[in-house]
Each structure stands twice: as structure tokens, then as C-alpha cells.
Write a protein that binds this ligand. Structure first.
Ligand SMILES: [Zn+2]
Length: 77
């Protein structure tokens, strides 16, 4: 098992896939998942790509000043 993709020599990252209860290795360039034996399982789905993007965005927002919390208080009393 190598950390680098066989196809593009890109770095692979381990991703825990909740639905499959398994950790797969994702090549961020090829967007495919391989298992621990270097066998390509499938490509990353659009949905998963969106989830990653959304999480990045949420993280960015959470590190900024929390404006949302101030707005939410308006509804109380
Ligand atoms: Zn690759």
C-alpha cells in the first residue's frame, strides 16, 4: 500500500466513508477511491465533492467572527 496514486503519482488521503463503514484512499487529482489493497473502488461522487466544499466553507465561517449568533438573538423576546 502506497500513499501515492498509481495513475498520477498524486498524494492520496484517507477518508472515512460512513456509509461504507470503511476507510478508503482518495486521490485528489483523479478523484477516485482505492481500498487498502490499491484497488480502485469508485470515483468520488458529485455529492461527496459538494460535501467537502461545504465543510471547507463551514470551517472558514466558523473561524470568522460569529455573526450568525448575534442575529439569532433578535428572535428572543
Ligand atoms: Zn491520481
Amino acid at each position: 500500500m502506497t500513499l501515492f496514486c498509481k495513475q498520477c503519482d498524486g498524494r492520496r488521503l484517507p477518508k472515512y466513508i460512513q456509509a461504507e463503514k470503511n476507510t478508503l484512499w482518495l486521490c485528489e487529482k483523479c478523484k477516485n477511491f482505492t481500498d487498502i489493497n490499491d484497488i480502485i473502488i469508485r470515483e468520488q461522487t458529485d455529492e461527496e465533492r459538494e460535501t467537502v466544499k461545504r465543510k471547507d466553507k463551514e470551517f472558514e465561517e466558523s473561524t470568522n467572527f460569529p455573526k450568525a449568533n448575534l442575529n439569532r438573538r433578535k428572535g428572543v423576546n
